[in-house]
Write a protein that binds this ligand. Structure first.
Ligand SMILES: [Fe+2]
Length: 465
């Protein structure tokens, strides 16, 4: 190589290194950053008093990438890490953080391969990082877009990838919804390789009982769904697989395409794809409904967190501005959805007393979510009279998704506790707080101090027993 060519190449390499050093990714900074390794701690310090009725694990999950290129890393794509806090007899017995093992993690750690089926549509490295829940004795780490759930044991060690005894045709979803009357799980499944959304029902025997493939005109990202008494509710919204984004080297190949249109599908729960009616909404994106139900006139009422757009400018995460609590009312005979804003505060991660999933309900709970994906306090909504309550412990206390746990099986709606993981900026550690749901804006009745921070992730659930 000529001297001048060598000099030019060296300059290019130096520029590239400088660019890499200077490139930042907000989803790898602060409490978005991964923690280094797994952790186990016993007999955690508690301020206040833990209710003795809380006997179980408070589970949480999020991405914890082992390595990531800041220029292209998307927050949604890091290997999963599961966190769990075991409560019993008024004590915080243990806290564990464990990788949800995928091909990348086991290769990096020199651990044995993850047992179980690879999955016909397995993408990436078998990552499961988005939700964690128990169903009929199984603890499952969940994700969408083709990957299988990963079964974990009680102490969050990876057991195997799970296709429900070979009954699951593709992947699953991060948001299966439990029908409180039947104990079955209802999910909307999608894959970048499919031109349909698949309705999947998993029975109490942990086997798939039913699937329905509903054709759609493109390849939309379908994060969540809802059930009502008579319908399974599909969201066909304009975040679409985009090959230009993939070719540009970004990890998540989905982009805002408002020209695709936006619609909600009502599939009769025991019907077929031909029975779906579609109902139009203004282009927007919804990751999460709070709940859905049918009113006395037979209309479907769907409360959602509505983003005015998604994956338009931000290629690395969901940072497209405010997300509001909206109510969509759907007359099954009318094409247009009636849209109503319930709360214009920016918020996300809506939850409810899940004994009322698919049924008329009064109370919902959300986490604040600023325009720059910054979190804050949590909010309780009284949807009957339109009032709301804030729980905020100061700017340094950042709440993740609020999870409701009823005081007893037959307690009234909202009679129980809100549990949440909280990141404290002053200590750079996390706590789990327990709040009386009916005294929402007062201080917590108990705060469990964890030995380390839990990175901002996505979802969690209470798993009793
Ligand atoms: Fe989600």
């Amino acid at each position: 190589m000529e001297d001048s060519a060598v000099t030019a190449r060296l300059s290019q390499l130096m520029l590239q290194s400088l660019e890499n050093l200077m490139s930042t990714n907000p989803y790898l900074e602060g409490n978005f950053a991964p923690v280094e390794d797994e952790l186990t701690a016993f007999d955690l310090e508690v301020t206040g008093e833990l209710p003795k009725e809380l006997d179980g694990r408070f589970l949480r999950i999020g991405p914890n990438p082992l390595e990531a290129d800041p220029k292209s890393h998307h927050w949604f794509l890091g290997s999963g890490m599961a966190h769990g806090l075991r409560l019993r007899d008024g004590k915080a017995e243990w806290f564990r953080s464990r990788f949800v093992r995928d091909d990348k993690v086991v290769a990096a750690k020199d651990w044995p391969p993850v047992p179980g089926p690879a999955g016909a549509l397995q993408l990436g490295e078998g990552i499961a990082n988005t939700n964690i829940m128990s169903h009929e004795g199984k603890t499952l780490a969940l994700v969408e877009a083709g990957n299988l759930p990963v079964e974990l044991d009680y102490e969050l060690e990876t057991v195997a990838r799970c296709d429900f005894d070979g009954t699951l045709p593709g992947g699953l979803s991060a948001h299966p919804h439990l029908d409180p009357d039947t104990g079955e799980l209802h999910s909307a499944v999608y894959s970048p390789l499919w031109n349909h959304i698949q309705y999947v029902v998993i029975g109490t025997d942990n086997r798939v009982r039913k699937t329905v493939d509903v054709p759609v005109p493109g390849q939309p990202m379908v994060h969540d769904c809802m059930i009502t008494k008579n319908y399974f509710i599909l969201l066909d919204l304009p975040v679409i697989l985009d090959f230009e984004v993939a070719e540009a080297g970004y990890g998540l190949p989905y982009k805002w395409h408002p020209e695709y249109g936006a619609r909600v599908g009502l599939l009769p729960r025991e019907g077929s794809a031909e029975d779906v009616t579609w109902h139009e909404v203004e282009p927007c994106y919804v990751f999460h409904p709070m709940n859905g139900y049918e009113d006395e006139q037979g209309r479907v009422v769907l409360d959602v967190i509505r983003h005015h757009k998604m994956f338009d400018q931000d290629r690395l995460g969901p940072g497209e501005g405010v997300s509001t609590l909206d109510r969509w009312t759907i007359d099954p005979k009318v094409t247009r959805v009636h849209e109503q804003r319930l709360d214009d505060m920016s918020q996300e991660f809506p939850r409810l007393d899940e004994r009322l999933t698919g049924k008329p309900y009064r109370y919902g709970y959300t986490a604040g979510l600023g325009a720059d994906v910054s979190l804050g306090g949590i909010k309780k909504h009284d949807l009957l009279n339109g009032s709301s309550y804030l729980h905020n412990e100061g700017d340094h206390r950042v709440f993740m998704e609020p999870v409701f746990v009823p005081r007893s099986a037959d307690a009234a709606e909202d009679d129980g506790w809100i549990l949440a993981y909280v990141y404290d900026k002053t200590t750079d550690k996390s706590d789990v707080v327990v709040i009386e749901a009916q005294d929402f804006d007062s201080g917590p009745i108990a705060t469990v101090h964890l030995p380390r921070r839990v990175p901002f992730g996505f979802h969690g659930n209470w798993s009793a027993g």
